[in-house]
Design a protein around this ligand. Structure first.
Ligand code: NDP
Length: 333
């Protein structure tokens, strides 16, 4: 069967594609620009024949999205604006996040071959940012980010806007399922910070995806002090890719939302682990403070653990593997 993956040149999209190929799927990979496909092809020439590239410069072009889903059994909607350097909250983040999701669902609904749509949502769509660390709270997939559209339009805090966008996008998806009852089932995953080896084509160390960049700023010493760990939950990108693939044929995952978390962490622990594993690089890294992680909410992943055969990658391994790829990439660029 053919799996469609958008956001194919991104951190998570690339890992999902590599896992799909490993499992024997043929992949239809969607990007916005030719150069994104070219960079992927250059990095992974061995996969050339197993990937069909499709170009969707603008997801509001319903015809282009429908054409991209031709011949596809499974759809993975991974793409969404995940950066904090925008100026127009609505145009650059809120509208594309929600409308691109709806555009994919509408196109999938017109294609009777599509059996499952998987959406990479986020813990951002689950948590209440204004409640901060909220130590007495246990989050699960039953929780929703309560931010309103108007609050998000007016906010001058980019992470608040991004988190709200993920909530609106996922909410819109479930509303669409309720109202339209299309012929496919939906599965959404809500991961917190996604770390792990970046396998996407990397042009420069300044163009890393947001979550890996947060680690790189510590490993490279760009950050003078270890910042506050705003989101102290993580998942390894390889675990997340495994879950995306496993959900396609898992009947328990039909029309389900999952909070998926490998564990808790702090940026300080990340530096301690990286320094120990890479003593040659230790001098340049942001100095650790030795302070423990702030007390914070719990994360209930019992639903994911009940429905999937998953063994979470421990933080130490995630950090060591991430740092290794980052140092190697830096040396090659
Ligand atoms: P990346 O920035 O590496 O990838 C984002 C992908 O989305 C890129 O392929 C990008 O394409 C595409 N994209 C961005 N905006 C648009 C748009 N307006 N229209 C079409 N495509 C767009 O980030 P990640 O791989 O980390 O993120 C992938 C998904 O995972 C996102 O949905 C994100 O919200 C979610 N997520 C990520 C987490 C993390 O910690 N990394 C945590 C939780 C959820 P282009 O290169 O052309 O801009």
């Amino acid at each position: 069967p053919v799996v469609f993956v958008d956001g194919a040149n991104g951190f998570i999209g690339t890992t999902v594609i590599l896992e799909a190929l490993k499992q024997g799927y043929h992949v239809k990979a969607a990007v916005r620009r030719q150069e994104s496909a070219d960079a992927f092809g250059k990095k992974y020439p061995e996969h050339g024949s197993k990937i069909d590239w499709v170009f969707i410069p603008d997801f509001s072009d319903q015809e282009a999205v429908a054409a991209a889903l031709k011949g596809v059994t499974y759809v993975m909607h991974v793409a969404s604006p995940f950066r904090f350097d925008f100026t127009d909250n609505e145009k650059e983040v809120l509208i594309p996040a929600r409308e691109n999701t709806l555009s994919i669902l509408r196109a999938a609904a017109k294609n009777p071959e599509v059996k499952r749509v998987v959406i990479t949502s986020s813990f951002a769509a689950v948590c209440d940012l204004l409640k901060g660390m909220w130590p007495e709270k246990t989050y699960s997939e039953q929780d929703w980010n309560p931010a309103t559209w108007n609050e998000a339009v007016r906010s001058d805090i980019p992470p608040f806007v991004y988190c709200a966008s993920k909530g609106f996008a996922e909410r819109a998806a479930w509303e669409y399922m309720d109202q339209e009852k299309p012929g496919f089932a939906l599965t959404t995953f809500c991961p917190p910070m996604v770390f792990g080896p970046p396998q996407q084509p990397i042009k420069s160390m300044k163009s890393l995806n947001e979550s890996v960049d947060q680690l790189w700023r510590l490993f490279s010493g760009t950050e003078k002090e270890v910042p506050f760990t705003n989101f102290p939950g993580f998942i390894d990108v390889r675990d997340l890719a495994h879950l995306h693939l496993a959900s396609l044929t898992n009947d328990k995952a039909r029309d389900k939302r999952y909070l998926v978390v490998g564990g808790h962490y702090s940026f300080d622990e990340a530096v301690v682990v990286a320094r120990e594993a890479f003593p040659n690089q230790a001098a340049r890294m942001t100095p650790s403070t030795g302070k423990p992680a702030p007390e914070h909410y719990k994360l209930d992943v019992s639903k994911a653990e009940a429905d999937f055969d998953i063994k979470w990658t421990p933080f130490k391994k995630t950090i060591v593997d991430t740092a290794e790829v980052l140092f190697k990439t830096e040396a090659l660029l």
